[in-house]
Ligand binder design. Sequence first.
Ligand code: LER
Ligand code: MN
Length: 285
Amino acid sequence: MVKFGIHLFLWTEIFDEAAIPLIRKAKRLGYDGVEIPLRRLDLIDIEKTRRELEGQNMECIGSVGLSLEHDLTSDDEETRRRGIEWMKRCVRITSELGGDLVCGVIYTAWGKITGRWRTEDEWRRSVDALKEICRFARDYDVTLGIEPVNRFETYFLNTASDAVRLARDIGEPNIKVHLDTFHMNIEEKNFYDPIKRAGDLLWHMHCCENDRGIPGTGHVNWDEVFQALSEIGYNRWLVIESFTPEIMEVAASTATWRELAPSTDAIAKDGLEFIRAKAREFLGD
Ligand code: LER
Ligand code: MN
């Protein structure tokens, strides 16, 4: 059975105490879990959050977009070390919250653009760092998901093929691939082939419309997405991820300057209805 999740970036930038009620809200809207932004780790109240997740019978996923000070591809060893330690904290916190997946832009700094293509050295640094993080994460039963994002958000990794290549180079059993239909719409030739190519490595899905508005209202080819998911036997998370101009730092990272739907709740509610219907049609869930 697939599970349905909502990325909390829809309503908040950081997951502090004030954000805990969003778990209840997502539950009320019909979700099985929330994707938690791992940004200000010092503000996450682990005990209270875990209690609320358990009380609401909700699960969580840890979401990372590495900053420049934690860039695993940096030529500065201290920066890479900081990044590795940060990722280890993300793994530990996610596990303490009852989650088993940390995913997103975990391989370089989110938003870093160099004006050139990645180098072999950068690739190797990312591989070495993630190897160490994966080995650490195994003790916590946590899996890491590599999310390729579009060329305006990273120069380093834009396609499913490259995410599979990075995962194979890391070569640890708990490194997997995470795809997002918003980015696929920009970088892939279609929606079917990349999902099939990721195959057994596909561990997480962000189901987003081409403009990050309500899923089902744009031109993402959802039948292709779900046909491929059905053929690979996908049975993990389907998470809706969208942003609004009010959540300012994330809006700046994703260039979200206009409202994409009548309300954030409409994205969560109508989007879930649409994704659920597709899952029922193609996956029998
Ligand atoms: C950002 O565009 C995105 O898709 C996030 O999942 C990155 O962490
Ligand atoms: Mn995403």
